[in-house]
Design a protein around this ligand. Structure first.
Ligand code: PSU
Ligand code: MN
Length: 305
């Protein structure tokens, strides 16, 4: 096993016993949600996965190594660290080489999950092609990672701060399938329906697992997106979130926010402009994804690699 990886006792035991494991990212903790809701959510998401019969493995970089499975003290540290780096593919070696504390994005978490032999990863929303991305070239490295790294990513789609149409086009070009649970359309994070069709509707975890096994058995590299819409009762009203998103995007442009600072900036502004209601939706959808991810991990586990 790679000496740069360090498993928590819980994840090490799960591996030894051959239990299904679900990876979780840490950028959502360090940069996606404010204290203390970030810590509460991290704990609750892990609890949902355990209740569904799988073992959670939250991933971060600490002391020059990739930590797969965080203790509660680790979660507390990450949730309050003012200086945690946001690590995507390009940044991972820097944090390891310098010993900096780092939170992993979808892209970096996929890399670490694959190194750790974990097939399923749960997040809130994936990154995507930003609006105006054809000019700014701001396309999340998450999409390239989905094209190359064989991990199934359960998410509530991608946020409408992005250009969801271009995001789906990019995924199609790179051969990344988008499965949808419970509806035909791709989810839009704060709202269930993006108005854009996902590739294949697959409501149950066994069907998703058969699809994923077939993809990998064919030797097709890369991941699979599993889009799990936020439950209607916890969603934001569409018109409201669209108006607030437009305002947050205008503020980002006026303030010259670029690069990896954009996504955290927009999330923070949307939370403030909704009086915290977007955060409640965000928390609800991550927990909902944890349930779907744990079920998928169990189904994949039941069908040998
Ligand atoms: N979606 C969320 N919350 C988040 C993110 C996405 O609901 O915190 C994070 C994820 O870690 C994702 C990253 O990988 O933002 C994408 O950042 P960028 O757009 O800079 O690639
Ligand atoms: Mn970007």
């Amino acid at each position: 096993m790679n000496e740069l990886i360090e498993f928590s006792p819980e994840v090490a035991a799960a591996r030894a016993q051959g239990l299904p494991v679900v990876a979780l990212e840490s950028t959502i903790i360090a940069h996606g949600m404010p204290w203390p809701q970030n810590l509460d959510t991290a704990r609750e998401v892990e609890a949902v996965i355990r209740a569904e019969g799988a073992v959670p493995a939250t991933i971060a970089v600490m002391n020059g190594r990739i930590r797969v499975g965080l203790s509660d003290a680790d979660l507390q540290q990450l949730a309050q660290a003012p200086d945690a780096m946001k690590l995507s593919r390009r940044d991972l070696p820097y944090a390891i080489a310098t010993g900096r504390l780092g939170a992993t994005t979808v892209a970096a978490t996929m890399i670490c999950a694959q190194l750790a032999g974990i097939e399923v990863f749960v997040t809130g929303g994936i990154g995507g092609v930003h609006r105006g991305g054809h000019e700014s070239f701001d396309i999340s490295a998450d999409l390239q990672e989905l094209a190359r790294t064989p991990v199934a990513v359960v998410c509530a789609g991608a946020k409408s701060i992005l250009d969801l149409g271009l995001t789906l086009e990019y995924l199609e070009t790179h051969g990344v399938p988008v499965l949808s649970i419970g509806q035909d359309n791709f989810a839009a994070f704060f709202t269930p329906d993006s108005g854009l069709k996902a590739d294949f509707r697959m409501d149950d975890a066994e069907a998703q697992a058969r699809f994923i096994r077939a993809k990998w058995a064919l030797g097709l590299s890369g991941g699979v997106v599993v889009s799990n819409p936020v439950p209607a009762a916890q969603a934001m009203p569409r018109e409201e979130i669209d108006a607030i998103t437009a305002q947050a995007l205008a503020e980002a442009e006026a303030q010259g926010i670029v690069g990896k600072a954009i996504t955290p900036f927009l999330l923070g502004r949307i939370k403030a402009l909704t009086g915290g209601r977007s955060l409640a939706t965000n928390i609800a959808l991550v927990k909902h994804n944890a349930q779907a991810g744990a079920r998928l991990a169990r189904a994949l586990h039941a069908s040998a690699r």
